[in-house]
Ligand binder design. Structure first.
Ligand SMILES: [Zn+2]
Length: 185
């Protein structure tokens, strides 16, 4: 969990890992203990998400750490989420899991680890997520539409799944090719 820091850079800002870095395609380990390392990582992830334009969610593998932690910015659409004390504040979910889902919702999806790539991905219309807060408290929230999509996207990262893994093989290979071409430019 040693983060390289550039001289003069903001030490709270974590570099975001871009595909095909292997950390993005492995299953992350559960957080066993909420210690100073986890708290420090959480603070930096929330900071990084808050200053990253268009970023609404960030999973630990996206900053090179294979742990089941994800930061969310619900302020993008606070009406889409129920069960948060402050629906405008960024928050960290430790060991998050989807315990219920229903319906389907199709909308364009992007990923900080696949810059400038957007493609419609089908997700549940409504999900119930169980997670642990930084204080070790178990919580449950319900999210729909965009926020349900966001939660599914970030939890997929914890399982090494990227948005194109939710598409047919044909679309996945086409999108990968397109992304590789974009990165060469
Ligand atoms: Zn992503």
């Amino acid at each position: 969990m040693n983060m390289p820091q550039q001289d003069g850079g903001d030490p709270r800002l974590l570099p975001i890992v871009i595909w095909p870095d292997p950390v993005l395609t492995v299953k992350a380990a559960p957080v066993e203990t909420i210690d100073d390392k986890v708290r420090d990582l959480s603070e930096k992830m929330i900071y990084t998400l808050s200053v990253t334009s268009n970023g609404v969610g960030l999973a630990a593998p996206q900053v090179g750490v294979s742990l089941r932690m994800a930061a969310f910015d619900p302020s993008y659409d606070p009406d889409d989420i129920e069960g948060l004390a402050d629906p405008d504040a960024l928050f960290m979910a430790i060991n998050p899991e989807i315990v219920e889902e229903e319906g389907s919702y199709l909308d364009e999806e992007g990923c900080l680890s696949l810059p400038d790539l957007f493609y419609p991905v089908e997700r549940p219309e409504r999900v119930t997520m169980r997670y642990i807060t930084l204080d070790g408290e178990p919580r449950t929230l319900v999210a729909h539409d965009f926020m349900a999509k966001l939660i599914c996207h970030e939890i997929d990262h914890l399982d090494g799944i990227l948005l194109w893994d939710r598409l047919s093989r044909f679309k996945r290979e086409w999108l990968k090719g397109k992304f590789k071409k974009m990165r060469r430019r």
